[in-house]
Each structure stands twice: as C-alpha cells, then as structure tokens.
Design a protein around this ligand. Structure first.
Ligand code: ZN
Length: 268
C-alpha cells in the first residue's frame, strides 16, 4: 500500500514537474534510516525541490533550452502567465522559439501599445521525447502555448488578464454556424476535454479579437521568418477571427481543444 502511494506520488510529480518525482525519491533515501515526521520530510523535499529547480534553470541551456521570463524582464513584452509555470519547470524552449515569442510580443505591443503577451505551458528543461503532460507534443523544446487576449464587458482591453487562473480551459464556444470537425465523434481515448462543469467558474471576459487575430496573423506571416512552422487553433475561431494560412492548422479531434489558447511551434 505504501509503495503504491509512493509510486503514485512519484508519477504525478514527474508528470507535473519533470524533476519532482526524482527529488521525492532522493528525499526518501536521505531519511530512510531516520524517524522523520511528515513536516520534516516535506520541508526537506521542498528545499531540495527548490534547489533542483534553481539548478535546472542554470543548466538547461547546456541541454539546448532556455527559460522564458517568469516576471517582466524589461526586454520584451512576453512573460509567463503565472509564476506557477516556473515553479513547475514548465517554461523552457529552444532559443529560436524564445526569440520568436519575444518578437511576437513586441509586434503585438507595437500595434496595440501596452499589451503583454502571456506564455502558458512550454516544455520541461531536459530530454527530447519527454512530454509535458497533458500536451504530448511539447517534448522537444519547440512547442509553446500562449494565452488569448481578453477585454472587459465594456470592450476595454485588460492587460495580463486570463479567464481561468492558469490561462487554460476557458473555452470560446463555437457559434451556431461554425465549422465543427469534431461534432458527433465519441472518442474514448482523447485529450479533447470539454470540462463543461468548469466553464461557469471562469471570469466572463470576452475575447479581445483584434489582438488575438493580429497575433495569429503575425505568427503565420512574419513568424515564419523566425522559424514558426505550425500554429494550432480551433477552426471555428480561425473562421471567426478571419485568419487563414497554410501554417494555421487544426490539431485533430484527439488532442486538446485549442479554443482556449494558441499553440505555436518552430521547425528543426
Ligand atoms: Zn501546445
């Protein structure tokens, strides 16, 4: 029973943070012969985890990945949506993707001054082929999600605002005449979660279509000069925002919905 619980915790921490499961095992090893209470165990785990996170930050560049800014860094208008992504080691990309995302943020801020572009899940710091759950393709440093832009009920843009606390899962619902490629499918094995029960919990902020459309347009046009190869967004949103390009694709019905965020990726 105890082993099962340990295994479950290690798997969960690994899926969420990459290094957390290993740190848990190290903590267990260090306290193996001591009668340590839960508080001591957790304190040691958190201390080692913080050290591991700082070390990852320092050595990820050796593995070809760089962190996106967790806070305003003064050099771009790009920033992680929440420090939580950084605490969980989910803010790493290859340098060319960081450059592309920073250029996107500068562009949107140039067209719409005072706009911050918020990054969501990127990749873990280490190892190609290690996916960032639940985004199975975010496994090589070349994928990044960015948040939509939102406004208030009066139509004023709200900088750094997202509807849900983590930027995900607040879906733009399709309109009656929308393109819906996944209608009437009943896939059992799917990461396309509708999460209807969550929707009423989110802030009721309307999508700011001008900035969101401009970001998609830039990614599919100037973005290709920065290596952007593919952009995923739900077809009904591309239709509503009037953006169309070879690189703006549909991710398929078994991948996560993309009407709550934009997915971008650079080629090799
Ligand atoms: Zn993605």
């Amino acid at each position: 029973m105890r082993w099962l619980l340990t295994l479950a915790v290690v798997v969960l921490l690994t899926l969420l943070t990459q290094i957390g499961g290993a740190v848990w095992i190290v903590t267990l090893g260090l306290l193996r012969r001591r009668r340590a209470g839960v508080a001591v165990f957790l304190a040691l785990f958190l201390g080692l985890y913080a050290a591991g996170t700082a070390l990852s930050y320092a050595i990820a560049p050796i593995f070809g990945r760089v962190p996106l800014p967790c806070f305003d860094d003064g050099t771009s208008r790009l920033k992680m949506q929440s420090p939580l992504f950084c605490v969980l080691n989910r803010q790493y990309v290859v340098p060319e993707l960081k450059e592309a995302a920073a250029a996107l943020s500068r562009h949107v801020d140039q067209v719409f001054p005072g706009t911050t572009t918020l990054a969501l899940d990127a990749n873990f710091p280490f190892f190609d082929g290690f996916p960032l759950f639940p985004h199975l393709s975010h496994s090589d440093g070349r994928k990044l999600d960015v948040a939509f832009f939102y406004q208030d009920a009066e139509g004023s843009y709200k900088d750094k605002a997202t509807r849900s606390p983590i930027g995900y899962f607040a879906f733009e619902q399709p309109r009656p005449d929308s393109i819906l490629p996944c209608r009437d499918r009943e896939d059992l094995l799917t990461l396309r979660w509708d999460l209807d029960f969550l929707q009423s919990l989110w802030r009721p902020l309307p999508l700011e279509e001008g900035r969101t459309a401009e970001a998609l347009r830039w990614l599919s046009a100037e973005g290709s000069g920065f290596g952007i190869e593919k952009i995923f967004v739900e077809p009904h949103l591309a239709q509503r925002l009037g953006v169309e390009a070879e690189s703006i694709r549909f991710q398929g019905c078994r991948a996560a919905r993309h009407d709550d965020h934009i997915h971008m990726q650079v080629g090799k």
